[in-house]
Ligand binder design. Structure first.
Ligand SMILES: [Fe+2]
Length: 159
């Protein structure tokens, strides 16, 4: 793997968090259940918190993110087209999230040592989402705790 692929992947994952924030915001609007709405809104905030933490690395490496309005529109569209109910959403998350975490860990492995704290912060948002998912079916209120904990964790400063 080259430095180019590190930087390309970094900006791609940043963009996907912007998209993800809009995706969860739309899902939060689509469910009528207040607890599900709260959980989806927290997931949107987690995406936002992760993206905001990574943003200084884009500046540091002179990377240009995708157009935020277009990314948000894409996230809204994905959510509107895929919403089939709560259980289906959890099943979809089950089938994809561990793969996402592998992808974030692979990005950590590509990055220079100075970027490691922020890359780990990015991976941690997926760890929090997986911890949410593990409890979401049995106790949705308790499942939100790892999301709140992540939101309470400050992003590392870029070096
Ligand atoms: Fe994410």
């Amino acid at each position: 793997m080259t430095q180019d692929s590190y930087l390309e992947t970094l900006v791609q994952y940043y963009d996907e968090e912007i998209e993800g924030e809009a995706y969860f915001e739309t899902l939060a609007n689509l469910t009528a259940d207040p607890t599900q709405k709260e959980a989806l809104s927290l997931l949107a905030q987690v995406e936002h918190h992760a993206a905001k933490g990574v943003a200084p690395l884009l500046v540091k490496h002179s990377l240009t993110p995708g157009d935020a309005a277009a990314l948000r529109a894409s996230g809204h569209k994905d959510a509107a087209g895929s919403w089939a109910g709560w259980d289906e959403l959890l099943d979809d998350m089950d089938s994809t999230y561990s793969g996402y975490l592998d992808d974030f860990r692979a990005l950590e492995a590509l990055g220079p040592s100075e970027d490691q704290p922020i890359l780990a912060f990015l991976s941690e948002h997926e760890v929090a989402a997986i911890a949410f998912l593990e409890k979401a079916r049995s106790d949705l209120n308790a499942a939100m705790t790892p999301l709140r904990n992540y939101l309470a964790s400050p992003a590392p400063v870029a070096r």
